[in-house]
Design a protein around this ligand. Sequence first.
Ligand code: UD1
Ligand code: UDP
Length: 467
Amino acid sequence: MLKIIIVAGARPNFMKVAPIVAAMKRRRDQFQTLLVHTGQHYGEAMSSAFFRDLDLPGPDVYLGVGSASHAQQTAAIMQAFEPVVIQEKPDWVIVVGDVNSTLACALVSVQLGIKVAHVEAGLRSRDRTMPEEINRLLTDQIAELLLTPSADANQNLRAEGIPPERIKLVGNVMIDSLLGQLDRAKQSTARAALGLTEKEYAVLTLHRPSNVDDTTAFRRIIDALEEIALRLPIVFPAHPRTRKMIAELGLTERVEKIKGLLVIAPVGYLDFLQLLMGARLVLTDSGGIQEESTVLGIPCITLRGNTERPLTVEIGTNTIAGTTSAQIVKAALDVIDNPPGTSAPRLPPLWDGHTADRILNALIQRNESPSQTLSACSAVRSVSALPRAKRYAGCASRSNDAESAPDLPSSIEGRPGCEKSLRVSLRQSCWNIFVRGRRPNSFPASRPEHSKQRPCSKIFFLTRPRN
Ligand code: UD1
Ligand code: UDP
C-alpha cells in the first residue's frame, strides 16, 4: 500500500488530479490518498465549481494560501505544506502542471526526503520569462518520477540530462477528464443561456501576464478583438487576473464598447467544455485549452509567440498566431473564411482517457525499482554479479574495505525512513545503500543496526540487488 499526497492549487490542476484521485480510489488496495488543496485559486468560480463538475471529493487538507506575489505565494504554500508532509509521512507526493503550487510542494517534499512524481513533466516553451517555464524546469530537476504527456517532453528531459529511468511517457491526464465528462458537458445549458448558436461564435480566454499585465500587449489584443467581433460574436469568460487588469489599465470602457464581445465570469468545467465544443474557433493563451481544442477538433488560435505543447500544432488544431493585432486577426479570419472539414480530429498517442491508470502503474513500478543514483547502481551491479546465494556475503566482505567503492555517492535516494539511517551512518563514516523494493527471500533482512554491530567503515545494505 502506497500512501500518496496529491496536490491541487489552481484551476488547471483540478482536471489533472481528478482522474488520478478517482483511479486511486478504485485501486484502494494499492493506494491510500490524501488530496491537498493549496488554495492558490479559491472561491466558487475558480475552485469549488470544479470539485462538483469533476466529481472530485473535497480536499482532505485545505491550506488556504490565496493570492500574493510569486515569492510570497510560493513561500506561503511551502510553509503551510511542510507540516502536512511531516505529519502524514507519505511514500510519494504527486504534483501536476506548472503553477506555483506545483514547485512549492515539490520542493518541500524532496527536502523532507519524500519522493515526488511530476505529472505533465517535460513541457518546455523555452521562454524563461514565463513563470510557468521556471516552475516546470525546477520541478523536473527535483522530481523522482517524471510522467510525460508526449514524446517531445521525453526528448526535452533527456536533453537536460535526466536519466531515462526517471522518465515515463503516460499520456495526457487532462484528456481523461475531458473524455470522462463529455456526455455531461453536452447536457449543459450554458450555450443556450447565453443565446449562442452552435458554430456561430468564438470563445476567448486570456490570462498570461505577458498579455494582460502589459498595457501595450493588452491593447494590441483588444485591437484585434474589435475587428474579429465584427465578423463573429465572441464569448469571453474573463479570468480574475484579466478582469483586474482591464480595470487597472483603464481599459474597461474600450472593452465594454466592443459590440459582439460578451464578457462573462469564468465558467465551470462542464459549461466551458460545452462552449468550447460548440465554438467555430477558440482564441486563447491557455495551455490546457490548446490540448482540449485539439481533442475536440476545434480550431485554436493561440495568442502567444510559442507553445510548450507543440503536438497541438503538429497534429492538432492549434495555430501559434503571435501577439500583434494583424497576426491575430489574420489567423482568426482564415478560420472564419475557411471552416475546417468535419473529419475526426487526429489525437496524439496516449491521449486516450487511460492516463491516470498508467500514472499509477508507473508509480508502483518506480517504487519497486532500485535507487537509480549512478554510482549506487554500479555498486549494486557488481554485487549482483555474484551467485545469488553469495550476494549478501559479497556485500559483507566488501563492507570492511573502505577503498573498494571510492566513488559511492554521498547522498543516496531512499525511503523516507532510510534518510535518518543514512545521515547517522555518514557521521560514523558508514554508507548504507537502501535499494527500494521487495527483498529476495534468500537474503537476510537488512537492519540499520548492523552499522552499530560492525566496526567497518562502509556497509552496503542491499534489500534488492539488481539482476
Ligand atoms: C495561475 C498560474 C498559471 C495558470 C493560471 C490558471 C502561476 C505562476 N500561475 O495564474 O500558470 O495558467 O493560474 O488559471 O502559478 N485571483 C482571484 N481569484 C482566484 C485566483 C486569482 O481573484 O481564485 C486573482 C488575484 O487578484 C490574483 C490574480 O488573480 O492576484 C492572479 O492569480 P495567480 O494565482 O497569482 O495567477 P494566475 O494568473 O491565476
Ligand atoms: N476552463 C474552465 N472555465 C473557464 C476557462 C477555462 O473550466 O472559464 C478550463 C479549461 O477547460 C481547461 C482549464 O480550465 O480545462 C485551463 O485552465 P487555465 O486556462 O486557467 O490554465 P492553463 O491551462 O493555461 O494553465
